[in-house]
Design a protein around this ligand. Structure first.
Ligand SMILES: NC(=O)c1ccc[n+]([C@@H]2O[C@H](COP(=O)([O-])OP(=O)(O)OC[C@H]3O[C@@H](n4cnc5c(N)ncnc54)[C@H](O)[C@@H]3O)[C@@H](O)[C@H]2O)c1
Length: 259
């Protein structure tokens, strides 16, 4: 352990797998007390075991649907009471549906807003008083290249709106947090191999499966490459960084595809 988060209490949402599990393992290895949560109970418990097996400190509340406001408030208030406050909120959890505008039902639209915007709002709102009481802290949001680009291959009107919304929320949180010492930053991953993408965009029959050809670095990213950036933004090394959107996409959104 090298202790880049030593002494910090870090709340991470969506710790059952993918980037959330990778974040729990890395943040704990860097000395944070990690508090997780997820709607998937068994896999969330498995993450706690993995962290503890590696010598880290983690507890978790699961199952919890992060759109349940009372449950979210209790998760955060209990964590702050147990550990004497909180320093970091990493809004990693999300669930989405991809479809073009004409085929998107209002139910699909609402599902994506609920699971990609409402849950970020609720956790941030209820963590905020604890961060203010602490005299500062770090709030991380997870956007996406979907929030800053359109796509011909992956039609995703609702997901584009929510992830663009997350980038915008980051800037407002940076404004509101500054006077309290709270920094707010966004990480926007491109195509990352996780349970979510393996079951959908990277599946054998999906047109996006060959997308690595259009990514300048020539490959799909790993969860560890995203959470390494989150670690920096959560730590005091990023003490002068707030309102940023750090794109972690192998250059995908920065470079137009060649002919
Ligand atoms: N994988 C990618 O390529 C990619 C790209 C851009 C952005 N992202 C974003 O990164 C974040 C993590 O994604 P991932 O790829 O690790 O996905 P994942 O599906 O592997 O993990 C997301 C976790 O969030 C949990 N979750 C979702 N809705 C929840 C709710 N309402 N309450 C509680 N838990 C809930 C899920 O159960 C799951 O464990 C998400 O915000 C996602 O939008 C992912």
């Amino acid at each position: 352990m090298s202790g880049r988060l030593a002494g910090k209490v870090a709340l991470i949402t969506g710790t059952a797998g993918g980037q959330g599990r990778a974040a729990a393992l890395l943040f704990a290895a860097e000395g944070a007390v990690v508090v997780g949560t997820d709607v998937q109970a068994d896999a969330a418990a498995e993450t706690v075991e993995l962290v503890r097996a590696g010598g880290g400190v983690m507890d978790s509340t699961h199952p919890l649907d992060l759109a349940d406001e009372d449950g979210v408030r209790a998760w955060i208030d209990d964590a702050a009471a147990r550990h004497g406050g909180i320093d970091v909120l990493y809004n990693n959890a999300g669930a989405t549906r991809f479809s073009p505008v004409a085929d998107t039902s209002y139910a699909d639209w609402s599902f994506v807003l609920r699971n990609e915007l409402d849950i970020v709002f609720l956790a941030t709102k209820h963590a905020w008083p604890h961060l203010v009481a602490r005299g500062g802290g770090s709030v991380l949001l997870v956007g996406s290249t979907a929030g800053i680009t359109g796509s011909l291959t992956n039609t995703r009107i609702a997901h584009t709106a929510t992830k663009g919304g997350v980038v915008a929320m980051t800037r407002q949180l940076a404004a509101e947090g500054a006077a309290h010492g709270i920094r707010a930053n966004c990480i926007s991953p491109g195509m990352i191999r996780t349970p979510a993408t393996e079951g959908d965009l990277l599946a054998a029959d999906h047109p996006m499966r060959t997308i690595a050809r259009a990514i300048p670095l020539g490959r799909i990213g790993a969860p560890e490459e995203v959470v390494a950036c989150a670690l920096f933004l959560a730590s005091d090394e990023a003490s002068y960084v707030t309102g940023a959107n750090l794109v972690v996409d192998g250059g995908w959104s920065a470079v137009l595809p060649g002919a």
